[in-house]
Design a protein around this ligand. Structure first.
Ligand SMILES: Nc1ncnc2c1ncn2[C@@H]1O[C@H](COP(=O)(O)OP(=O)(O)O)[C@@H](O)[C@H]1O
Ligand SMILES: [Mg+2]
Length: 269
């Protein structure tokens, strides 16, 4: 095992009853890399994210996360909030922020709610919250500034545009000071201009904060522009790995997409 990795996934199999969501998946994520996982619907992408974050517990294989100071941490068997504390942050496919709160409040409580204390615990400031480090107002403003939401700090989150909600999710993820940020379809529901801005923001997170990025994204144009390397999942298995150019030219990948929706196959070109 080498410390130039952030994740090392070996032979992971995840089953739900008779359904195999991940089948003997091996992959690695290099420290500082923008890596993407693509594949048709139902391929196992979200299952992989859930396995990397301690939400799902695969029956077979190993997942090693190289945390702060490249310390190896075995993920399988760890609770999600422990994985988060160790330095793995994520955003969700369906936005999970608290729409009645302001942008500022959402980021400020982000650190606590990501640690598994929950929004209620964070708000009533129970013992669990007091034990945790509370994020300062200054740090919250700094993060809002970084993602471009400082002027919307006092806006109720429900009234933000899709693009701004996605930025807010990223700020909340960064509030935990992660080593790696996992993004599940960060561009879902956004317009073309917002997609370009999100691409720039994600790159800035890596370049300026040194956070490794693992990305699931349906928008082929965005993913090919942003990712330095990709893995392709189909029916729970890795069918290809390579640079954007290698993936575009891979016959098995094109076939997997042709088997799903033609619009996805078109976008691969
Ligand atoms: N909690 C779960 N219980 C049962 N089956 C699940 C669960 N999570 C995922 N699956 C199954 O795993 C397969 C992969 O799903 P998923 O990881 O969501 O795919 P993707 O994100 O690539 O669309 C699907 O067949 C899905 O129904
Ligand atoms: Mg999914």
């Amino acid at each position: 095992m080498t410390s130039d990795l952030i994740f090392d996934v070996q032979n992971v199999t995840l089953r739900f009853g008779g359904v195999i969501s991940l089948s003997d998946v091996s992959l690695n994520h290099k420290r500082g890399e923008i890596l993407a996982v693509i594949g048709p619907n139902g391929a196992g992408k979200t299952s992989l994210f859930n396995s990397l974050t301690g939400v799902y517990q695969p029956q077979e294989g190993s997942i090693t996360f190289f945390g702060r100071n490249a310390k190896p941490i075995s993920i399988i068997g760890k609770k999600a909030h422990r994985v988060s504390t160790a330095g793995v942050a994520r955003t969700f496919q369906a936005s999970r922020m608290f729409s009645a709160l302001t942008t500022f409040e959402n980021v400020k409580i982000g650190a606590e709610s990501h640690r598994g204390i929950g929004v209620l615990g964070a708000m009533v400031k129970g013992p669990a919250t007091r034990r945790g480090e509370k994020m300062s107002d200054a740090r919250t403003i700094e993060l809002l500034d970084f993602v471009g939401l400082r002027d919307k700090a006092n806006t109720i989150s429900a009234s933000l545009s899709y693009g701004d909600r996605r930025r807010l999710e990223i700020a909340r993820g960064l509030a935990t000071n992660p080593q790696v940020l996992l993004l599940d379809e960060p561009a879902a529901g956004t317009n073309p201009a917002e997609k370009i801005q999100l691409t720039q923001l994600i790159r800035k997170v890596r370049d300026e904060m040194g956070v490794s990025i693992l990305l699931i994204e349906h928008d082929m144009k965005l993913v090919m522009a942003l990712a330095e390397r990709l893995y392709v999942l189909n029916f729970g298995s890795v069918i290809a790995e390579g640079t954007p150019d290698e993936i575009r030219a891979n016959a098995a990948v094109v076939e997997a997409y042709l088997g799903s929706t033609t619009s996805d196959a078109e976008e691969l070109k």
